[in-house]
Design a protein around this ligand. Structure first.
Ligand SMILES: NC(=O)c1ccc[n+]([C@@H]2O[C@H](COP(=O)([O-])OP(=O)(O)OC[C@H]3O[C@@H](n4cnc5c(N)ncnc54)[C@H](O)[C@@H]3O)[C@@H](O)[C@H]2O)c1
Length: 349
């Protein structure tokens, strides 16, 4: 039987949850609650029930799950109320403003026995799934380093995302997704140090982009870059492994792979650069490498809710665990510290 869902915070992302719930095979949208009258009126105009308060939601015995899609600063208050009100809670990302708030939410979940998770939906992005497939298959050997970039050119949105008290900034907004993805690729390795630098090109209150280097205990490094002032975007993913290189130029494209099948070459034809010849930087040919593309993997974002509903029934563990949520938060907090101190930070995350 479908679980009954209410969306709390019916803005942009709340609208997305509402729309997907209407198409879901596992949840049934009972209604929405938002502090803004115009958002409730919009819901009603779409034929969706508008609750009159959060209390009305919590007193409705039919409600199983609340998805919290408010700005980041109120996540902790609403999640705690929802859990104490006897409902399971899915919180939008970033889960909270700091680790203390997150631990408070985890404590409430443990005390109430209700499930609490975070909507890390970008685990279902096909570009990320393509990278995960290549890394986990080992087809181009062990990973050495990975670069993950998202580049836009319109600055940070002018809403609450540009304001510190609401939990604005790109490290919180996009960073949490990209960090979560990298940690998914290295679930058993610790981050031992990291370095983060913020951009403040269009906004001085919060970061409107950042560059984050993460170093793992197995020698692997990950570089994450979010930019909102990049008029020419760089490739979405660039992966170097022991036996080859993989790249995804744009999230809509297939993965390009060059696999090294023989290290030594007998005859390298030098290339001419403006000031001279180079063999070192001459491209490889098909004698020593195989070049191919990998089709985009299949993905279904409904799997997030399918898993959560099965977890409620005790049939599966939750995809997005408290430990994983704490790990991403710890990386973000160390990122803020690194930027503030202008230093590389030693960590054990
Ligand atoms: N997972 C994703 O891909 C993704 C994408 C976009 C946004 N988000 C996250 O979703 C959340 C909401 O972002 P958005 O873009 O929808 O913002 P938004 O400003 O469009 O919507 C937020 C809504 O919450 C309402 N609200 C504020 N306080 C409330 C409260 N106490 N109770 C009920 N409603 C309240 C506001 O009136 C507004 O309608 C943020 O945490 C954001 O980071 C996630």
């Amino acid at each position: 039987m479908k679980k009954n869902l209410v969306v709390v915070g019916y803005g942009g992302m709340g609208g997305w949850h509402g729309e997907y719930a209407l198409k879901s095979d596992v949840v049934n949208l009972l209604g929405v609650w938002d502090i803004k009258k115009e958002r409730l009126e919009l819901a009603e105009s779409r034929g969706i029930y508008a609750y009159s308060s959060l209390d009305e939601v919590l007193n409705d015995d039919r409600v199983d799950i609340c998805v919290i899609a408010t700005p980041n600063d109120v996540h902790v208050t609403v999640v705690n109320e929802v859990l104490r009100g006897g409902k399971h809670a899915i919180c939008e990302k970033p889960v909270s403003m700091n680790m203390e708030e997150l631990d408070d939410m985890i404590r409430t979940a443990n005390e109430t026995g209700k499930l609490f998770t975070v909507h890390q939906n970008r685990r279902w992005d096909v570009d990320f799934l393509a990278m995960k497939q290549i890394v986990n298959s080992g087809e181009i050997g062990d990973m050495m380093n990975i670069e993950s970039r998202i580049h836009g050119s319109r600055g940070i949105p002018s809403d609450w995302r540009g304001q510190k008290p609401y939990g604005g900034g790109m490290l919180f907004d996009w960073g949490v997704h990209l960090i979560d993805q990298i940690l998914q690729l290295l679930p058993n390795n610790k981050v031992v140090s990291l370095n983060c630098r913020f951009d403040n090109l269009t906004n001085t209150e919060v970061d409107d982009g950042f560059k984050l280097n993460m170093y793992f205990d197995n020698g692997v490094s990950a570089y994450i870059e979010v930019g909102t002032y990049n008029f020419i975007p760089m490739p979405r993913f660039y992966l170097r492994c022991r036996k080859g290189t993989a790249m995804i130029r744009d999230w809509r494209e297939e993965t390009q792979v060059v696999k090294c099948k023989a290290w030594h070459e007998s005859d390298v034809v030098p290339v001419k650069t403006a000031a001279g010849l180079t063999k070192t930087m001459a491209p490889r040919d098909s004698v020593t490498t195989d070049s191919y593309s990998v089709a985009r993997p299949k993905s279904d974002v409904h799997d997030f809710y399918r898993n959560f509903c099965k977890a409620i029934d005790g049939l599966e563990p939750m995809f997005v665990t408290h430990e994983e949520i704490r790990r991403s938060m710890a990386v973000m907090m160390a990122g803020f510290e690194s930027n503030d101190k202008n230093q590389t930070i030693c960590v054990n995350i």
